[in-house]
Design a protein around this ligand. Structure first.
Ligand code: TXA
Ligand code: MG
Length: 320
């Protein structure tokens, strides 16, 4: 399944010419453009039908490359980067002036990530320019975790097939701020592959106290209430409800009579549940299924489930 040298070279050439390419990462597949090529960046937004207010993540293949896209590299960010990179963590930092405001949606900050997937690292080294890449799906829809998912949505784009994603949910996005007392704060803008606990654990080796907390929902542009949506409605049920109990309520609310409801069930292991979630959502949403439902689960509530429920609640059309 490994990507060949010839494919990498072709992808690199296309990126330099301002084309976009589907890339594997350990979290989800991305739709990449070279950050130095404005027409490539624009093409990402048009292809995804993504609004320009939703900023892109810049992918790098070294700490040095990361430092080149920011204007400040604070010691705490350096410590966090060295602890978790390469991996599913994105750092929001003040942007270097060369970074196009198209990428950052006019913000003074840029989101940077050093992914661990070997194929994207090879590609980055070959292109030798950071790559802006959102998840490779139409705006608002379920993210892709295989090359096939990307090809089915974008048949005319070259996709490097790096196999199924090992994490399966997007990276954790964090920003660095100070509270009123001057204490450093790491705010989690989007929960993801790295949990809040893992960040707190790592900070035990850091010299100063740091507060780690979830940001309020407005802090991350583009992390919208409705996102990651499958092709058919998804409904979240309480643990004690059966579909039959609430069928009428759902049908009234969604103004539709559902003939083939299908249940989505999560694996007991949170890492496995995350890995297979998006593929399951896509597979179960195929005809004749016309509604997906999932039961909330009191057993699946720890920090390691946080990103999964975050995505499911945003993907849901209704909560009963
Ligand atoms: O795992 C991932 O992060 C994947 C893979 C492809 O790397 N990428 C991804 O990109 O999930 P995307 O575009 O689907 O989500 C990026 C999100 C934006 O919606 C926004 O919430 C946040 O990252 N973001 C980007 N730049 C930001 C900034 N300057 N300030 C705050 N949030 C930002
Ligand atoms: Mg996305």
């Amino acid at each position: 399944m490994a990507v060949t040298q010839a494919e990498l070279e072709k992808a690199s050439r296309l990126l330099q010419e301002g084309e976009i390419v589907g890339i594997p990462t350990e979290t989800v597949y991305g739709l990449a453009a070279a950050i130095t090529n404005e027409s490539g960046i624009r093409r990402i937004f048009f292809t995804k039908e993504r609004p320009f207010f939703d900023p892109l993540i810049v992918h790098v293949a070294s700490l040095k490359m990361a430092a080149s896209v920011v204007s400040e590299w604070p010691p705490l960010a350096d410590f966090i980067a060295r602890t978790f990179w390469p991996g599913p963590l994105t750092l929001v930092l003040p942007k270097a002036k060369e970074i196009s405001s198209l990428i950052t949606s006019g913000l003074e900050t840029v989101a940077v990530r050093y992914p661990s997937h070997p194929d994207v690292l090879e590609l980055l080294k070959l292109v030798n320019v950071p790559l802006a890449a959102p998840s490779a799906n139409k705006f608002g829809r379920t993210s892709p975790t295989t090359a096939e998912h990307v090809r089915s949505e974008f048949p005319n784009i070259l996709v490097l097939d790096g196999g199924p994603c090992s994490v399966g949910l997007e990276s954790t996005v964090v920003s660095f701020i100070k509270d009123q007392d001057g204490c450093e704060v790491i705010e989690i803008l989007r929960p993801g592959g790295i949990t809040q606990e893992a960040i707190k654990e790592a900070l035990k080796k850091w010299s100063n106290p740091v507060i780690v907390r979830r940001a309020n929902s407005q802090a991350s542009p583009g992390h919208l209430e409705h996102h990651y949506m499958p092709a058919i409605p998804l409904v979240l049920l309480r643990t004690d409800q059966s579909f039959q109990d609430v069928r009428e309520k759902i049908e009234t609310q969604l103004k539709h009579r559902f003939m083939n409801p299908v249940q989505l069930e999560l694996n007991e292991d949170p890492a496995q549940a995350a890995r297979e979630l998006y593929a399951q959502m896509r597979k179960l949403s195929q005809a004749p299924a016309d509604l997906l439902f999932i039961k909330m689960d009191d057993q699946k509530t720890g920090r390691e489930w946080e990103a999964i429920w975050d995505r499911l609640s945003r993907a849901a059309t209704a909560r009963i």
